[in-house]
Design a protein around this ligand. Structure first.
Ligand code: NZQ
Ligand code: ZN
Length: 387
């Protein structure tokens, strides 16, 4: 097992009716900015629940954070925060709203002269010395943003989508009420399930450094997802299934399963480019890349894939490589079985066009990703041309 340092400062309030506890954790003397997305919270009653929980608070609002949150929009919130002397941010929405809020929290405290995207995002958070405190009501199970220190921010002007990390942007309090997900469009439910699956794969499916406990946690997440996904899709109002899926999503990226293991994240970094170039949803981009990337990197990943074949899909195949290939097929079958399409052509994108664009960008940036740092522009090209 590799050495590790774990830090998880977020208080999680999980379950029905938990939004009403917001006031237990937010000081009434603070001036709060509530940040939300395109308006789903006004249709499903979450907005009303939050307003009721914070009755009597000094609460301003900023709406309009888009899916794949844009730097340009976030900077408008920063302006408002400076004008109104806001002390505390409350994100109410999906991962995009929370990621946007994390960037806003850091940008509001940034005092340097550089463009905040360059200073905060391009440096992966190195210049974040302070941030406004954040609480959130998370409404979509997918990103784990409610319990981690990461955010992914897009910049319209340069057509980029990049992640940053800083322990200053861990939410102080996250409220997860699975019943708020009853209103999710089916596509978003599916996106979230796939995102969670792939987060787990990025942390589990690399090379073995003798971490049997972490491996079983990860494999348990995958098994639970495969078991619960059909239930939420069949009956979107199934509270227990929604709760199980949400907790999988949170645990899939709250850094717990990552401790002591070797991580990958190349499916995500290639997927982000598909979103930046073609507007493909985050979950969809991962479903397209993962199967082809696993095949391309089979040599490094076959041991863990063979273990997954046995533990998750009950495949009894003694030849490691054959078992690994069967596991990849089963993963793609699972994605397809829940209605997720896994080919670029399903999204009207030419694989060679995507391969060329990403190759160019990675070679220019000097990108080298994956657990062995061997996926560069040329390898990304080979992966994408088969997508
Ligand atoms: O904007 P509104 O109107 O709220 O509607 C949203 C949006 O249209 C809607 N929605 C959310 N909760 C709902 C709901 N509709 C009805 N009922 C509800 N309860 O769903 C749509 C998608 O929302 P979004 O927040 O974009 O989805 P998600 O949570 O999947 O977030 C995706 C973003 O997170 C980033 C992705 O790259 C992408 O930008 N990621 C963040 C990570 C992190 N912070 O650690 C890790 C992930 O790998 C991921 O990269
Ligand atoms: Zn993701």
């Amino acid at each position: 097992m590799n050495n590790f340092e774990f830090y998880g400062p977020t208080r999680v309030l999980f379950g029905k009716g938990m939004i009403s506890k917001l006031s237990d954790y937010i000081d009434k003397n603070q001036k709060i900015l509530m940040i939300y997305g395109g308006g789903s919270i006004k249709k499903n009653g979450v907005y009303d629940q939050v307003k009721k929980a914070l009755e009597g608070y000094n609460l301003l609002e900023f709406g309009g954070i888009e899916p794949n949150p844009k730097y340009e929009t976030c900077m408008k919130a920063v302006e408002l925060i400076k004008k109104e002397n806001i002390d505390f941010l409350l994100s109410v929405g999906g991962g995009s709203t929370l990621d946007g809020t994390k960037f806003i929290a850091a940008a509001a405290k940034y005092t340097g002269n550089e463009d905040p995207y360059d200073a905060i995002v391009r440096t992966d958070g190195k210049n974040v010395v302070d941030a406004l405190p954040i609480a959130d009501v998370i409404t979509l199970p997918a990103t784990g943003s409610e319990m981690n220190n990461g955010a992914v921010i897009s910049k319209l002007e340069t057509n980029e989508k990049l992640p940053f990390h800083s322990e200053k942007v861990f939410p102080k309090v996250s409220i997860i009420d699975p019943s708020v997900t009853f209103s999710l469009p089916e596509k978003q439910t599916i996106n979230g399930i796939v995102d969670t699956f792939v987060h787990t794969m990025e942390q589990y499916c690399t090379y073995d450094v003798n971490t049997p406990l972490q491996d079983l946690w990860s494999l348990g997440l995958l098994r639970t997802l495969i078991q619960e996904a059909p239930k939420v899709l069949k009956n979107p109002q199934d509270y227990d299934a929604r709760a199980n899926v949400f907790w999988c999503a949170t645990c899939g990226l709250n850094c717990w399963i990552a401790q002591g293991v070797v991580e990958d994240w190349s499916t995500h970094l290639i997927g982000h480019e598909l979103t930046a170039f073609y507007g493909i949803d985050h979950g969809q981009s991962l479903a397209i890349v993962l199967p082809r990337l696993l095949k391309n990197q089979l040599e490094t990943k076959k041991q863990k894939l063979a273990k997954l074949a046995k533990e998750v899909f009950n495949i009894q195949e003694s030849d490691e490589e054959k078992a690994a290939i069967l596991a990849i097929e089963k993963i793609e079958e699972f994605f397809n079985s829940i209605g997720m399409k896994t080919k670029l052509s399903d999204y009207n994108v030419e694989s060679l066009d995507a391969a060329e664009k990403v190759k160019d960008r990675f070679l220019k940036r000097g990108t080298k990703i994956g657990e062995k740092g061997i996926i560069d522009g040329n390898v990304a090209y080979d992966i994408l041309k088969n997508c």
